[in-house]
Structure formats: structure tokens, C-alpha cells
Write a protein that binds this ligand. Structure first.
Ligand SMILES: [Zn+2]
Length: 190
């Protein structure tokens, strides 16, 4: 797939993330690997309006230029994920129930999906900490994604990796759906 087609694909996925409640306003970002570069959403843009708001930057963390400064604040997390895993796409959403569950279960290091559909994709969803755009977040998220397809940053949102943006989108859905189901189960027991 060439750069133009990849950008078109990311524009479509960005719209899906927002229409599915996986991201909102200017929160969230996404990227796709293209060899030694990645196409990533620009900082401060809305995911449902990514036309003209995608930039191509090197995966090399030492490269800093006009494009890297335009890129999402989570550029380091995306770079580290591609550095440590075989991912070809990374999505970061801010879905509600994933955040709620991560704040309710502060004593846990991971959530365990209970519904069969979610279990088919993930046996557990790790939860890590780290401030917005911080090195701690980039390190924790990328380390968790070595063994897992998705991770929740506590009180913040979720990251997912995939061979395609669509695969990563499915993982974001799984994280949110299983968080919602678990939340309702817990509520019904009170
Ligand atoms: Zn975020």
C-alpha cells in the first residue's frame, strides 16, 4: 500500500474510532508503519477530521525536525512500540469504561475479560501508569505491548497494536467492550 492509500486508510479508521466512542474531540492518536518511517496524526487534531493532518516521521527516536514537532504528543510511545514489537499499526483511544475500570481497580495490574468474545482476543489487559506524552508512559506501554495486543494507561486511555489499523481497532473495541461488560457485572452484584 502506498503512502496516499495508507493515509486514506488512517482517515477512515480515525472516523471509526470517534463514531464508535473509542476517542473524542482531540483526544487520541494513531499511526501506521511504513518501512523505517511512520505516518502519525498531528498534535491537537480531531480523529474524525484527519485529512491533511497526518505527518510522516522517522522511527528513529533521535530524529527531531519540523515534522516530529507537528506529530502527536505521544510520538515517543508510537516509536517505542514499533521498536519493540512487530506492530505495523498503533491506535490510542480514550474510551470511557476502560478508564473507569482502571480507576476502580487501582489495586490490580491487569483486567481479566469475562465474555467469550473478548477472551478470544485477550486473556488479560494490562494496566500501566504514565503522564501524557511522558517517557514513563512510552516505556510502560511499549513494554506491555511486547506480550499483549492492548494496554490501558490508568485514568487515561488505551493503546492497541496490530498488523493493520483495522486489527488494532478491533483490540480497542475488545478493551472497551470487556471493560463495559465487567463493569455491569460488578454493578449487578452490589
Ligand atoms: Zn491520550
Amino acid at each position: 500500500m502506498n503512502t496516499k492509500a495508507s493515509m486514506k486508510e488512517l482517515v477512515k479508521v480515525g472516523k471509526k474510532m470517534v463514531s464508535s466512542g473509542l476517542a473524542y474531540s482531540t483526544m487520541g492518536n494513531l499511526s501506521k508503519r511504513t518501512g523505517e518511517d511512520m505516518i502519525i496524526s498531528a498534535s491537537g487534531c480531531m480523529l474524525e477530521e484527519l485529512e491533511g493532518r497526518l505527518v510522516t516521521v522517522s522511527l528513529d527516536e533521535t530524529v527531531e525536525n519540523e515534522m516530529t514537532r507537528k506529530a502527536s504528543n505521544e510520538i515517543n510511545a508510537h516509536r517505542k512500540i514499533y521498536g519493540k514489537t512487530d506492530a505495523l499499526a498503533v491506535l490510542h483511544g480514550h474510551s470511557r469504561y476502560a478508564v473507569i475500570q482502571s480507576l476502580i481497580h487501582k489495586d490490580k495490574e491487569a483486567l481479566a475479560p469475562t465474555d467469550l468474545e473478548s477472551l478470544h482476543f485477550m486473556k488479560e489487559i494490562p494496566m500501566v501508569k504514565g503522564d501524557f506524552g511522558s517517557n514513563e508512559l512510552a516505556q510502560n506501554v511499549s513494554s506491555a505491548l511486547v506480550k499483549h495486543k492492548g494496554v490501558i494507561v490508568r485514568g487515561h486511555g488505551s493503546f492497541a497494536r496490530g498488523k493493520t489499523p483495522w486489527e488494532a481497532l478491533t483490540i480497542l473495541h475488545v478493551i472497551e467492550n470487556s471493560s463495559f461488560i465487567n463493569y455491569m457485572i460488578e454493578l449487578s452484584r452490589k
